[in-house]
Design a protein around this ligand. Structure first.
Ligand code: NAD
Length: 329
């Protein structure tokens, strides 16, 4: 079997590559290293073919799709604040990039296509746990561009019979999560603070909850989706539970401070995963206690991550407050 993983040098992509190699796939990674790192694949030595390319632009990379069985499309720019500040870059990578990848896939007649979609399309949901049928309410350009990519994939499944599924991930965490300069997901922020004996910056009162999903569970959902023969469907991928930020702090241990709540962020994310369980037989395996313990064991990975303080976060999130304060909630 031969598989392509776009964004394979990134956080989730590199774990998927691990799993595919374990299943004896020949893996081709397409990545422009905008946020991914070659080191994420270093432990795999010669097992992976790496092509550095920007998928938002046409290029010789399309030739790599010939003879490929499975394509996993994970390449995307994936932070909230930069998407507000540079919507064009987000549109190009996440929408144009997806268009180019599905065209290449149809052209080469690949056998299975899986798209990495985001639960951010639900915005602030009205229903918990949130099913795939919930209203689509993107709150910022990242969420919108991921949703547009998903629409492209599903449309290509209908019109061009691209054998595709879309998986909506909820709050993925684990080793190798992005440590790039931008203020991002809570785990990376807290782990760098832990390493540097700084207090955790809890947003609001910390009672908000998140469906933290361990990265190897996401990789196995991607693999399971590619192995199935269903097409044109959307599946939530979550942990089956929702955990408060206060509980996360308890598990990590240490002091904390509170910073203002931001507009456009839900008080709860919680996936209804009954559809993926019933249709594909996939179940999450890693409970939060085990996942956090794994992350703490690998905490050195965050050694060079930025250490955020309430002041630097206030500066980094200025545009978030400026542009999203009027968004409907
Ligand atoms: P990541 O930033 O670690 O990985 C994304 C990868 O895509 C990086 O390696 C980056 O260099 C590459 N990339 C970006 N633009 C590219 C382009 N134009 N051409 C080629 N490569 C490009 O992020 P991640 O957390 O591993 O996310 C992987 C996917 O999962 C993304 O599509 C993201 O939207 C989706 N997702 C992630 C989460 C999460 O909680 N991490 C939740 C929902 C959805």
């Amino acid at each position: 079997m031969k598989s392509i993983v776009t964004g394979g040098a990134g956080f989730i992509g590199s774990h998927l590559v691990d799993l595919l190699i374990k299943h004896n796939h020949h893996v081709v990674v397409l990545d422009d290293f905008s946020t991914g790192r070659p080191e994420n694949l270093k432990h795999m030595d010669g097992d992976v073919e790496l092509c550095e390319c920007n998928l938002a632009e046409q290029g010789n990379w399309v030739n790599l799709f010939h003879g490929v069985d499975w394509v996993f499309h994970l390449a995307a720019l994936a932070d909230i604040v930069p998407s507000i500040q540079q919507p064009q870059a987000y549109f190009q990578s996440n929408v144009d990039g997806t268009f180019n990848v599905i065209q290449a896939s149809v052209g080469a007649g690949i056998k299975r296509f899986v798209y990495a979609a985001s639960s951010s399309c639900y915005g602030i949901p009205a229903v918990y746990p949130t099913p795939e049928t919930a209203d689509i309410r993107p709150q910022y350009p990242y969420a919108l561009t991921k949703r547009l990519g998903e629409e492209l994939v599903l449309h290509w499944a209908n019109v061009y019979q691209l054998p595709a599924l879309s998986l909506r991930f909820f709050n993925v965490y684990g080793p190798r999560s992005r440590t790039s300069g931008t203020y991002g997901a809570v785990f990376g922020v807290f782990l760098a603070q832990k390493l540097n004996n700084q207090p955790y910056t809890i947003v609001g009162d910390g009672t908000q909850t998140r469906d933290f999903t361990y990265v190897t569970d996401i990789a196995s959902a991607l693999f399971t989706a590619a192995s199935s023969d269903r097409t044109g469907e959307i599946y939530n991928v979550g942990s089956g539970q929702t955990v408060s930020v206060n509980r996360l702090v308890e598990l990590l241990g240490g002091e904390s401070v509170h910073i203002p709540k931001r507009p456009g962020e839900p008080d709860c994310t919680f996936a209804d995963i009954s559809k993926i369980k019933a249709d594909l037989g996939w179940h999450p395996q890693v409970p939060i206690e085990k996942g956090v313990a794994e992350v703490i064991q690998n905490i050195d990975y965050w050694r060079h991550a930025p250490v955020w303080t309430p002041d630097t976060i206030a500066g980094a999130t200025k545009d978030w407050f400026k542009y999203l304060s009027n968004s409907p909630s």
